[in-house]
Write a protein that binds this ligand. Structure first.
Ligand code: COA
Length: 396
């Protein structure tokens, strides 16, 4: 590929992730995202008028998340009308896709300053509430099921026991709690100011209290393997997938500022990293969530790198079975045990705000590469109805 410019990652940030029905359930997604992007440009001293496009991942695009929320985020943020916005749905991979789109636009010389990111307020706009459907022509070809059933199928096919899934998930909570305690997320988090109902009040506007929300809230520090073992299967009666070993339903937003070399130098920006390559993979829509290894192979090939070059590997914890299948297929179990794969938890512990997770993982990956003084990392995500996407990042 002949590139006009590197796709530089100037910065990558996110809101703290709010648990289902928790602190962030009291703010709209466009308003949450507006605080995230305003925080992003403010700390980089970028005039929002310089941003050409805001490319926003969001899966459940109805109600407050409809009407092209990408553009609405720019308007809500108070930015000039010249800042464009678009909304992208590649299901769980949506804001990794916006990274891909933004990087491709910069690589090809079409755009110079883009914000890629996303939002999903799963408490306010529940997953599936857009009531999608597929043609009978698809149903004739494939047995289309919900994601949790596919997670069960993967556990069955890869011979993963309930105990293995729970052990992985317990470790995710422990890693996330340690990351919070050690301040590993501090650089990536933009604290969010909002009004929440006072615990003493009746929920009316008179009883709202101003709050600054700065710490991820879904992590279950007190969980134990015994408690997790006591949870009932969530999707099928004799299944192994439970609320404890699935990604959590949460609220959150994340954003990545992507610039061309020329723009970065013109504005005096100091990039933290750059994108080196992306890979997408289409797989069987019934099993649906097992495409990560293939997407990674493609992204690594585009980057001209191998697994050995990757110091940090982030794989979205959509379900524990998905990560364990990834580890089995790639042979990276030892790297996981050593703490190189999902070192700071993931969707099971922090939560998986669908449209925001790709950008959230990018921010977390970059922070971790910096913490380790390391060069290369990769982030991969499985995608509903049979796809996966991965992106390779170099820290500068
Ligand atoms: C699995 C799922 C259906 C569970 O939903 P839920 O029942 O609303 O989940 P909750 O978080 O309320 O947990 C249910 C119970 O398990 C308990 N629990 C969950 N995780 C636990 C843990 N790690 N340790 C101990 N208890 C836990 C909760 O405390 C809760 O108990 P309670 O009812 O006594 O309060 C939901 O999280 C889900 O759909 N996840 C996957 C989302 C998804 O598909 N995303 C796309 C990926 S491709």
């Amino acid at each position: 590929m002949q590139q006009r410019s590197d796709a530089l990652i100037v910065d990558a940030v996110r809101s703290p992730i709010g648990r289902k029905g928790g602190t962030l359930s009291h703010i709209r997604g466009d308003e949450l995202s507006a605080q995230v992007v305003n925080g992003l440009v403010a700390r980089n001293d970028v005039d929002p008028a310089q941003v050409e496009d805001l490319q926003w991942g969001c899966v459940t695009q109805i109600e407050e998340q409809a009407w092209n929320i990408g553009r609405n985020v720019a308007l809500t943020a108070g930015w000039p009308v010249s800042v464009c916005g678009t909304t992208v749905d590649r299901q769980c991979g949506s804001s990794m896709q916006t990274n891909f789109n933004a990087a491709a636009a910069v690589w090809s010389g079409q755009l110079d300053l883009v914000i890629s990111g996303g939002v999903e307020m799963m408490s306010r706009v529940p997953m599936g509430s857009n009531r999608g459907s597929m043609s009978d022509l698809v149903h004739e070809r494939f047995d289309i099921v919900m994601q949790g059933i596919s997670a069960e199928e993967i556990a069955k096919q890869w011979k993963l026991s309930r105990e293995e899934l729970d052990r992985y998930s317990y470790e995710s909570h422990m890693r996330a709690a340690r990351a919070i305690d050690e301040g590993r997320f501090e650089r990536e988090i933009i604290p969010i100011d909002l009004d929440v109902p006072s615990p003493e009040g009746d929920g009316g506007t008179a009883t709202l209290v101003k709050t600054r929300f700065a710490v991820d809230e879904a992590v279950r520090r007190g969980t134990t393997l015994e408690k997790m073992a006591s949870l009932q299967p969530a999707f099928i009666p004799d299944g192994v997938v439970t609320a404890g070993n699935s990604s959590q339903i949460v609220d959150g937003s994340a954003a990545v500022l992507i610039a061309s070399e020329q723009k970065a130098s013109e504005l005096g920006l100091e990039p933290r990293g750059r994108f080196l390559g992306f890979g997408i993979a289409g797989v069987d829509p019934h099993m649906m969530l097992h495409g990560n290894p293939e997407a990674c192979d493609r992204a690594l090939a585009k980057a001209g790198l191998t697994w050995d070059d990757m110091t940090v590997i982030e794989v979205n914890e959509a379900f524990a079975s998905v990560v364990l299948q990834f580890l089995a297929d790639t042979g990276l179990q030892e790297r996981y045990e050593a703490g190189d794969v999902n070192p700071n938890g993931g969707g099971i512990s922090l939560g998986h705000p669908l449209g925001a997770t790709g950008a959230r993982m990018t921010a977390t990956l970059l922070s971790e590469l910096e913490r380790r003084n390391a060069r290369y990392g990769i982030a991969a995500m499985c995608i509903g109805f049979g796809q996966a996407i991965a992106g390779v990042v170099e820290r500068l």
